[in-house]
Write a protein that binds this ligand. Structure first.
Ligand code: AMP
Length: 372
């Protein structure tokens, strides 16, 4: 695994359960995933020599972030299987390249224009109109690298505020709901998908997820077909999470894709026959894909510094229907420090109420412990 965050950690747990060893290359010697790793290589995520040495000792290699040097990945791919392929990662790490790969397949995208200069931005602002969002093409995540335009902003100021070399300007979508679909695709092109997850973001960061979503059967089937189409168009081997907006009139638009495990799929561990992490282990090992069938309803709530919790010391309630994941990170504002999953036999609304209640309880207990 290249990257040492919580996605890497949960992948490592699944790899261990399946009987494999789990090696991590990460810039941080002490990170969430290194707690569960059989070995740790400490290196920058663009260190070609370190990638080559690491690749020489592993049977297959994958990623938990797209912010990785593609030259280093390509060097690794000459020595071992790298899935998704370096070219796929290079495509998904740019909002421009990603959209240019999806559009020819006829997939529905948020209206956007690529922007590489103030001149481009001036033209794009006239064409896209307001409200709109200027997003840096690379390096942005969790709402970072974005400038919202409400009208009256000068292209010069907006371009300077973004501080990027390349960006997309896209229309602000007054969506009725947000959801994601996670697809697992193997090296032969076999593909399985989970039912859509319904997501709510706060300040650009995923706040909570409920499963199943409130999409009706027809929309859920359309969403899954769009996600499969995106996995094929991008040529993903591994996982693809397709994040979408649902409009009031039933239109579905793709916001962005990530070719790795995704925060919105954490709850597949508790609620599906096989989790997103199990699927990725199977793809890398060349094993048949497993069942994505949902066993129960579930909801996931993130524990983000400053948004939900004021410390990274979590005291759970003991509710047996809730699993708490503590990433073992020190407190930083806006950092994902943990998450929790609540399950219910059939009602995602009830699972969500339990998850949000538990999150409020964790925050309150931390506050009262701090004041003692
Ligand atoms: P992103 O970094 O593109 O995933 O954006 C993070 C979140 O910001 C999304 O999940 C939405 O909640 C919101 N957002 C991003 N782009 C748009 C858009 N074009 N219209 C409305 N909301 C958006």
């Amino acid at each position: 695994m290249i990257g040492g965050g919580q996605l890497a950690w949960l992948f490592g747990e699944a790899a261990h359960r399946a009987g494999y060893r789990f090696h991590v290359l990460t810039p941080d010697a002490i990170s969430t995933a290194t707690r569960a790793a059989d070995s740790v290589t400490v290196a920058a995520l663009d260190d070609v020599d370190a990638f080559v040495a690491f690749a020489g000792g592993v049977a297959a290699l994958t990623i938990d972030t797209e912010h990785i040097g593609t030259e280093a990945l390509a060097a690794a791919a000459r020595l071992t299987r790298v899935w998704p392929a370096p070219e796929v990662i290079a495509t998904t790490q740019s909002r421009i390249l990603q959209r240019e790969a999806l559009a020819p397949a006829g997939l529905p995208l948020v209206p956007y224009l690529p922007v590489r200069s103030v001149k481009d931005l001036t033209g794009a602002m006239a064409e896209i109109g307001v409200p709109s969002i200027l997003k840096s093409a690379t390096e942005g995540y969790d709402g970072k690298g974005q400038v919202r335009l409400a009208g009256g902003e000068s292209p010069d100021d907006a371009w300077r505020a973004l501080g990027a070399h390349a960006a997309v300007l896209e229309r602000f979508i007054p969506f009725a709901a947000e959801f994601s679909v996670i697809v697992a695709r193997d090296a032969s092109g076999n593909c399985v998908a989970y039912e859509p997850f319904e997501n709510v973001h706060n300040e650009g960061i995923l706040d909570h997820t409920a499963w199943p979503s409130r999409l009706d059967d027809r929309l859920a089937a359309e969403a899954v077909s769009i996600a499969r189409g995106a996995a094929e168009a991008l040529g993903v081997v591994g996982l693809l999470c397709v994040e979408c907006f649902l409009l009031d009139d039933g239109t579905i638009l793709i916001n962005e894709c990530a070719a790795r495990p995704h925060n919105s799929g954490h709850l597949t561990i508790e609620a599906a026959e096989a989790s997103q992490y199990d699927q990725l282990v199977r793809v890398l090992a060349g094993l048949p894909l497993a069942s994505t069938r949902r066993l129960r309803a579930a909801a996931m709530a993130n524990l983000v510094g400053g948004l939900h919790v004021e410390s990274s010391r979590f005291i759970p309630s003991g509710d047996p229907d809730i699993t708490l994941y503590d990433y073992g990170k020190s407190y930083v504002d806006r950092r994902k420090l943990g998450h929790l999953v609540a399950v219910h036999p059939s009602d995602p609304g009830a699972a969500l109420a339990r998850a949000l209640g538990e999150r409020a309880g964790i925050a309150a207990r931390a506050r009262s412990a701090a004041s003692r």
